[in-house]
Design a protein around this ligand. Structure first.
Ligand code: SF4
Ligand code: F3S
Ligand code: FES
Length: 248
């Protein structure tokens, strides 16, 4: 057992500051254990969002020493003995209170995404797809909606104005999943990703991939293939001509 100093941001939408806590920590603990001890012993009104404590609900996202992380999956032995640990709320989203942010931006963007649309001549129960297609979408389905990728992407992190035109990496994997889905009948996924979701604003910095706790290869397996598909559609003369002729 040892004691360490933690700096925790406290405040609300009107502003705030860091509060310092000297807290006991035990072998094997994670940041969320320490935050709970601060709540139990020193600051019962400290606001923090969490649920599963197992890296599966995506609720406990915060920034620890400036790095976006799940608090329940960040072990204390990552930090040197005696090193001060600073915990701040996600920077890209508005603060509700203390470590809790309003992530409704992500839900609003999800609502803009056209839903899965199976072919009209198939009834439920008649859908069939090959294993390789199932496996491809399973990688994207591992997303726990922690929004660490959304918080990290500089397109919205540093440019509030981009929140209107840019849906972000979490939604780009959804667009890619549906565009690659053999039973999705919509033909306009790529155009929507480019023109309505702001895929073109992504300059492939890969910061989103680096912070994903589910290790989804967001950039390599979703964003880059979508960009290539958009480029193929727009600049391949045969594809362009085919679309002109066969679309209404
Ligand atoms: Fe979190 Fe990864 Fe999903 Fe982004 S893609 S919301 S980082 S799990
Ligand atoms: Fe942002 Fe990821 Fe692209 S961090 S710029 S969406 S590669
Ligand atoms: Fe569920 Fe951390 S509490 S992911």
């Amino acid at each position: 057992m040892s004691t360490r100093t933690f700096r925790v941001w406290r405040g609300d939408a009107d502003g705030g500051d860091f509060a310092e806590f000297d807290v006991e920590e035990n072998e094997g603990e994670v940041i969320l254990d320490v935050v709970h001890r601060i709540q139990a012993e020193q600051a019962p009104d400290l606001a923090v969002r969490w649920n599963c404590k197992a890296g599966k609900c995506g609720s406990c996202s915060a920034e620890v020493n400036g790095m976006p992380r799940l608090m329940c999956m960040t072990r204390m032995n990552l930090f040197e003995e005696g090193q001060t640990v600073t915990i701040t709320p996600l920077r890209t989203f508005p603060v509700v209170r203390d470590l809790v942010t309003d992530v409704s931006f992500n839900y609003a963007k999800a609502r803009e995404m056209p839903a899965f649309s199976p072919p009209a001549d198939l009834k439920p129960g008649e859908y069939r797809m090959s294993q390789v297609d199932v496996e491809r979408s399973q990688e994207f389905r591992k997303c726990i909606e922690c929004f660490l990728c959304q918080n990290t992407c500089h397109v919205v992190r540093d440019h509030e104005d981009n929140k209107e035109p840019f849906s972000g990496p979490r939604l780009f994997i959804r667009a890619a999943e549906l565009d690659m889905h053999p039973l999705d009948a919509r033909e306009d996924r790529r155009e929507a990703a480019q023109d309505e979701q702001g895929l073109g604003l992504c300059n492939i910095t890969k910061c989103c991939t680096e912070v994903c706790p589910e290790h989804i290869k967001i950039t390599d397996n979703a964003i880059i293939p979508m960009k290539e598909r958009v480029a193929g559609d727009r600049y391949d003369p045969l594809v362009w001509l085919g679309r002109k002729i066969f679309r209404k």
